[in-house]
Design a protein around this ligand. Structure first.
Ligand code: FES
Ligand code: FES
Length: 161
């Protein structure tokens, strides 16, 4: 089938079988390899992308559902100031950069803060439950998100909330 969608701000028209996974399209047709092939069953979050404003697992999304959507991968997101805010928030809270889970962690933080500039702990923990990382304490991730919110507020408004 022919699929049209927006990928990192560019209009894309491509051919794919309706059941081909989005992660396969991204990696094989567009060489976007930071959506990682981890579990491929929707558990680990290594394949995360932003799909119509929400973080989703690209290993679970068949091509026919990509039709008409807007997708942002970590490669596209890494060109933004918002990405830099998150890296600074991670650094401030001592969250390690990790080749396996960074994509999921970073895009999840972005969607949390897009929904709510001052998220509650319970909200953060719920959203982070979609990312598998046994080496970062949840408390550090919560601290990094609150630090990112503060850094972003200062960047945009020159002050904290
Ligand atoms: S590779 Fe998609 S959730 Fe693990
Ligand atoms: S798996 Fe990446 S820091 Fe834990």
């Amino acid at each position: 089938m022919t699929i049209e969608f927006i990928l990192n701000g560019e209009k894309i028209i491509t051919e794919a079988h309706a059941s081909t996974r989005l992660i396969t399209i991204l990696r094989e047709s567009y060489h976007l390899k930071e959506a990682k092939e981890g579990c491929l069953i929707g558990v680990c979050g290594a394949c995360s992308v932003i799909f119509n404003g929400k973080v989703i697992k690209s290993c679970l999304l068949p091509a026919f559902q990509v039709q008409g959507s807007e997708i942002i991968t970590i490669e596209g997101f890494s060109k933004t100031d918002a990405y830099q805010d998150i890296l600074k928030g991670f650094e401030k809270a001592g969250v390690e950069n990790c080749g396996y889970c960074n994509t999921g962690k970073i895009l999840t933080v972005e969607t949390i803060l897009t929904k709510n500039r001052q998220p509650r702990r319970s909200e953060i923990l719920l959203e982070l439950s979609g990312i598998r990382c046994r080496c970062t304490e949840p408390e550090s991730l919560i601290a990094s998100i609150l630090a990112t919110a503060d850094i972003r507020q200062r960047r945009i408004y020159g002050r904290t909330a």
